[in-house]
Design a protein around this ligand. Structure first.
Ligand SMILES: Cc1cc2nc3c(=O)[nH]c(=O)nc-3n(C[C@H](O)[C@H](O)[C@H](O)COP(=O)(O)OP(=O)(O)OC[C@H]3O[C@@H](n4cnc5c(N)ncnc54)[C@H](O)[C@@H]3O)c2cc1C
Length: 335
């Protein structure tokens, strides 16, 4: 029988374990709890289009078609809804950005992802330079998906709530421990770079928004009602808790674009697992037998994890090479 241990049941470990389970692997999942993890606070938005360059990275182009099938299959398995394709409206910050959008989105690569006529935004949004719209966007209620999967795996005695230390082990073990790898991983610990992100939970009067909104920061529905806005990107930080500075920054940014009343009802923080080249890190850990890394999803876990998990399962099953852009072998090549 194909046996494997998945350490970490954040977004990465959950999707990977689901695909392994579907492929017939006998699983043990170990997770010490979601507190402080990136997935516990993630807004869950996915958007394949980079707004700065108005372009789509090849990795995101590959990942986008595979994503929906995986999350839909997880919804069927768990009997819950947590995957919500929703248009994303971009509020242009200036005329140059609006012109670039018009020019680039006519190209064949981008045109299927955009919506030519954006939905009309609430009149409370200030958009003097207009708006564009990504049709191929949406949001995943990450905490709901993780909670449901955890309950199912605990009921089947597949998951145990404990901490596991990185190190040599004879059986196939896949480390999906997010930014904690930086603190605990013996091999390549510096390859995963912690980056703190903070969000505000807000309530807004009036009818519910029918779209996600991006204005430099984003505004996304929250699974517990209301919306979340964020996020900060903090490379240096002393602790993982929310700060008053981030609250002021995020609140001011929302006030600048939204003239209607809103109330801040909460603030959360988590640590993203980022990498130097902004690409995930997947594959064998050098020098450790049967040990694999599945990490480095930065701020794009929702979109990247399903495709990357499918590639790792194929690799484990057939021995086929992992795509070079995401493979851990690029770390060995660097040293
Ligand atoms: C504020 C914020 C907003 C975000 N918004 C978005 C967004 O809108 N869209 C998007 O795609 N991404 C977003 N992200 C990024 C997203 O959260 C990450 O890409 C993703 O959640 C990473 O998942 P992970 O499973 O790799 O890591 P984590 O979520 O950190 O999970 C790691 C898990 O491993 C467990 N663990 C760690 N060490 C051990 C150990 N030794 N033994 C046992 N268990 C262990 C932890 O408890 C945790 O459950 C956001 C991140 C933040 C911080």
């Amino acid at each position: 029988m194909k046996k494997c241990t998945v350490v970490g049941q954040g977004l990465a470990g959950t999707v990977l374990a689901f695909l392994l389970q579907r492929a017939g692997w006998h699983l043990t999942i170990v997770d010490r709890g979601h507190e402080g993890s990136a997935s516990a606070v993630a807004a869950g938005m996915w958007n394949p289009v980079s707004f700065r360059r108005v372009s789509v990275e090849p990795l995101l182009m590959s990942s986008h078609p595979e994503m929906a099938g995986v999350y839909r299959a997880m919804e069927v398995w768990l009997g819950e809804r947590f995957f919500f394709p929703t248009p994303l409206v971009r509020v242009f910050p200036d005329q140059q950005s609006a012109n670039l959008w018009d020019e680039k989105t006519r190209r064949p690569l981008l045109s299927p992802l955009v919506q030519p006529v954006p939905p009309s935004l609430s009149p409370h949004f200030n958009a003097p330079f207009g708006t564009g719209c990504v049709a191929g966007a949406g949001w995943l209620d990450v905490p709901k998906m993780l909670g449901a999967a955890r309950a199912a795996w605990m009921a089947s005695n597949t998951l145990t709530a404990e901490s596991r230390s990185a190190g040599y082990s004879g059986e196939v073990t896949i480390w999906c421990t997010g930014a904690a790898w930086h603190a605990e991983g013996a091999a390549w610990r510096h390859a995963v770079i912690p980056n703190k992100g903070q969000l505000l939970q807000v309530e807004m009067d009036g009818p519910a928004l029918e779209e996600l909104v991006h204005f430099g920061n984003f505004l996304v529905p929250s699974g517990s009602g209301g919306y979340v806005t964020g996020a900060t990107y903090e490379r240096s930080f002393d602790h993982a808790q929310p700060t008053p500075e981030a609250r002021a920054l995020l609140s001011t940014a929302l006030e600048e674009v939204y003239s209607g009343p809103f109330a801040i009802t909460g603030q959360t923080a988590g640590i993203r697992p980022t990498t130097r080249d902004r690409q995930p890190l997947i594959g064998p850990v050098e020098g450790w037998t049967n040990q694999y890394l599945f990490n480095g999803f930065g701020s794009r876990g929702v979109l990247l994890v399903p495709w990357c998990a499918a590639r790792l399962v194929e690799h484990l099953e057939t021995g086929c090479a992992l795509p070079r852009a995401v493979a851990t072998s690029r770390l060995s090549a660097r040293t």
